[in-house]
Design a protein around this ligand. Structure first.
Ligand SMILES: [Mg+2]
Length: 305
């Protein structure tokens, strides 16, 4: 058992609260109390217990009412609730379990059973918490590019859809920059793939140091990166693009094959009015023009929609 496991004991009987508190504290639990259902919900919000022991028959708000409120609150819904029932029996137990209770305990609970059920409930809660953290971590990983640590294409595509929709609806400006590493195939062919990876990582790190907190920078694929610039028009996007280009051009990449210089070409497009914009297509066309014009340059245009 975790020494810091906190149990909320909600019962209108001072005797029950006292006895249960003493048993739990003797076993190392941290105990808080509530004298009715309404207070139980309030204390749960404030104290964030790991387990709730909930009496059924209580004034103001009974155990069923409190259980319903706990389960309706996303922040509290996963806290395991053990319902305290009298001798009245199965109907109460069935109803409480159906309403989301984790377990039940008949009053007066013996010390051994009390600790066994509270301990089991706490373990279930802890496992759920671990599972939730794991799911969050997996979600983060599924949006991260392994090589560069930037957002991956999936995340950037989602953000582009969301920002694009917001731009159309609310009429704020949005710019995208498509960044392509110049002569990347040559790096891979002559210096090897490890050097190619080092170049991509160095370009990613250099750009990550230049974008603003609200910008979205991701690896689009291969040697291409995409930057989303919310609330940014063509002129400001052009300035940022030039800064990205210059920052990358100043980088020397240490590789197994010796230090390498690297440059990028950047094509961009900005929408400053609501409309049917193909920012990605337009940015790609600008990138193509920059590549044809000798590389290591930027070109950003305003989309007419
Ligand atoms: Mg009672």
């Amino acid at each position: 058992m975790e020494p810091t496991t906190r149990v909320l004991v909600a019962d209108d009987s001072p005797t029950v609260r006292l006895v249960v508190r003493m048993e739990l504290e003797a076993a190392g639990y941290d105990v808080c109390e509530a004298v009715d259902g309404a207070e139980a919900v309030e204390v749960a919000r404030r104290a964030r217990p790991d387990v709730v022991l909930l009496d059924v028959e209580m004034p103001v708000l009974d155990g069923y009412g409190a259980l319903a409120q706990l389960k309706a609150d996303p922040a509290l819904a996963d806290i395991p609730v053990v319902v305290l029932t009298g001798l009245d029996g199965d109907e109460t137990v069935v109803r409480a379990l159906a309403a989301g209770a984790h377990d039940h305990l008949r009053k007066p609970p013996g010390a051994a059973e009390l600790l066994a059920r509270v301990g089991a409930a706490a373990r279930v809660g802890a496992l759920q918490e671990q599972l939730r953290a794991r799911v969050e971590e997996l979600d983060r990983l599924s949006r991260t590019d392994v090589l560069t640590g930037l957002h991956n294409r999936r995340h950037v595509e989602e953000q582009l859809r969301a920002l694009g929709a917001g731009c159309l609806r609310h009429g704020y400006s949005l710019a995208v920059l498509l960044v392509d590493v110049d002569r990347f195939k040559q790096v891979n062919d002559t210096a090897g793939h490890a050097a190619g990876d080092a170049v991509l990582q160095a370009v990613a790190a250099a750009m990550a140091g230049q974008v603003r907190a609200e910008d979205v920078l991701g690896r689009w694929g291969g040697e291409e990166f995409l930057v989303l610039l919310p609330h940014t028009g063509a002129a400001a996007a052009q300035v940022l693009a030039e800064r990205l280009r210059a920052t990358v051009a100043a980088v020397r990449v240490p590789t197994p094959a010796g230090d390498l210089g690297v440059t990028v070409s950047i094509g961009g497009a900005a929408a400053e009015t609501p409309g049917d914009h193909d920012l990605l297509g337009l940015a790609d066309a600008q990138l193509y023009a920059v590549k044809g014009g000798g590389r290591d340059a930027v070109r950003v245009v305003q989309s007419r929609g």
